[in-house]
Design a protein around this ligand. Structure first.
Ligand SMILES: CC(C)(COP(=O)(O)OP(=O)(O)OC[C@H]1O[C@@H](n2cnc3c(N)ncnc32)[C@H](O)[C@@H]1OP(=O)(O)O)[C@@H](O)C(=O)NCCC(=O)NCCS
Length: 148
């Protein structure tokens, strides 16, 4: 890691997939790193690098929350910071930039299915939970959202 402040840059989805795979799809085949909506024309994929190393990624795409299909909602997917680089504010930089982008695109609210272990991370950015905890691919999740 360098001392320079972290910057989230727009990248092709192919850049975010390896870290996504490592953190969120460990032990699964490469195809498992693709997520629905990755190729949506308005989807945005962001990455923070430390030197040449990819250290944090996240994506956002237009998709209303299932509980409010009439709203101009944006969905966050694939938030991941490399193990060993967590807790340094990199994810916060990515999340903040995803929120700014969705807002700039006219979004009314932003949401995600958060891993239960990441709920404090999203809550610090103003997200609140919606509904009950559910299990997806063996991991406990809960929907979270905030206005833009
Ligand atoms: C969630 C995640 C993307 C946050 O990224 P990050 O770069 O660590 O984010 P920040 O540094 O801005 O926030 C750090 C949070 O992690 C905590 N933290 C500190 N050291 C940590 C470590 N070694 N490992 C994990 N979390 C740590 C911080 O205290 C802070 O906690 P809080 O938000 O629960 O209060 C990252 O922890 C991660 O990739 N987790 C595994 C995958 C995951 O759960 N992704 C989210 C799917 S919804």
């Amino acid at each position: 890691m360098t001392g320079a402040p972290p910057v989230a840059r727009t990248v092709d989805v192919s850049v975010v997939r390896p870290l996504r795979g490592e953190v969120l799809r460990a032990g699964r085949p490469t195809e498992a790193t693709a997520m629905p909506g990755d190729d949506h024309p308005r989807a945005r994929h962001l990455a923070v690098h430390a030197g040449d190393e990819l250290v944090s990624v996240g994506s956002v795409l237009p998709e209303p929350p299932p509980w409010a299909p009439e709203r101009r909602g944006w969905r966050i997917r694939g938030m991941a910071t490399r193990e060993g680089c967590r807790g340094r504010g990199l994810g916060e930089v990515v999340l903040g930039a995803l929120i700014d982008y969705a807002r700039s695109e006219g979004g009314e609210e932003i949401w995600c299915n958060a891993r239960v272990g990441a709920t404090r991370f999203y809550a610090r950015a103003g997200f609140v939970t919606h509904g009950e905890v559910f299990v997806s691919e063996g991991v406990e999740h809960v929907a979270m959202w905030r206005s833009l």
